[in-house]
Design a protein around this ligand. Structure first.
Ligand code: PLP
Length: 281
């Protein structure tokens, strides 16, 4: 198949699967989602992403329709049905169904999965970034379906012919429209603290671990736009970007002052992806 949609057990092309109007994702964005890259039909870091999804369900009182093991099994069964070597697997659980009414319905939630062919970003190619105010609400730590500010920020970077928009809240850098952002400065890795203003990215966590293993000091601290301009390197992380450097910020040259360390961290992340998704003989 060229792509795949799954909705509560129904499987077909994404363009052909329909979702009932009663689904609360439709009216309220009342649900949580996650996504992984998949290579050779091996979904990468699936367990960590499923754990985050279920933690998020728990935080919002959403009742998942399947257990974690069952969801993992469904995703692994569906991946080989889609053509291609590398795929992007998206999955969400909405709170459930009912006639429109803000207060909760009793579960179970609805499970939606989409799979499409997609390559990871060219990891070693540097990106151009732009900035905007972070107008998101206070649940950025939960990966909810309410993505309007991120949608606007994504259109902003597209209009600016950039690769990502960096959010600034009260003078401090939080993250990007759909990635985390960290900096290298004086051989230290600085990244915004995992509070309610950022999504605690799985790739960010791996970046931190790799950095610590390499003996790099990691500071989970607030930093500013000036720090970003001043960074030795900027690192943008997400499941599909892995870890990419940046060469321009709002049209001004940035980074390029610690190529060696940047590439060592990028290699640690990208090589783990390649190794973990290589079929064992
Ligand atoms: N921050 C936001 C707002 C995101 O939407 C994402 C991914 O979709 C990330 C960070 C990166 O998270 P991960 O590394 O788990 O893909």
């Amino acid at each position: 198949m060229k792509n795949l949609g799954y909705y509560n057990g129904k499987v077909g092309l994404i363009e052909e699967i329909s979702v009932p109007m009663t689904d609360r994702a439709f009216y309220f964005g009342d649900g949580v989602y996650d996504a992984v890259m998949c290579r050779n039909n091996i979904p990468y870091l699936l367990c960590e992403h499923i754990n985050r999804l279920y933690d998020n369900c728990h935080l919002l009182g959403i009742n998942p329709p399947k257990g974690k093991e069952e969801l993992s099994h469904i995703i692994k069964e569906l991946c080989p049905l889609v053509d291609g070597e590398e795929k992007f697997v998206y999955f969400h659980i909405s709170r459930g169904s009912g006639i429109r009414n803000h207060a909760f319905v009793d579960g179970p939630g609805n499970l939606c999965i989409t799979i499409k062919e997609q390559r990871v970003d060219p990891v070693y190619e540097k990106m151009d970034l732009c900035t905007t105010e972070d107008h998101r609400y206070g649940y950025c730590n939960i990966k909810t379906l309410n993505l309007l500010p991120s949608v606007l920020a994504a259109q902003h970077f597209k209009n600016q012919r950039c690769g990502e928009t960096v959010f600034i809240r009260d003078g401090y850098i939080t993250e990007c429209s759909h990635s985390n952002v960290s900096i290298l400065k004086g051989k230290e890795l600085i990244t915004a603290p995992a509070d309610r203003h950022i999504l605690p990215g799985v790739t960010r966590a791996h970046l931190i671990n790799h950095a610590r293993k390499m003996g790099i000091v990691v500071r989970e601290e607030k930093y500013t736009l000036d720090d970003l301009y001043d960074a030795d390197e900027i690192i943008v992380t997400s499941s599909s970007k892995m870890a990419r450097g940046a060469k321009k910020l709002n049209g001004k040259p940035v980074g390029g002052r610690d190529k060696h360390l940047l590439e060592a961290l990028q290699a640690a992340i990208y090589d783990d992806y390649l190794e973990s998704t290589t079929k064992k003989q």
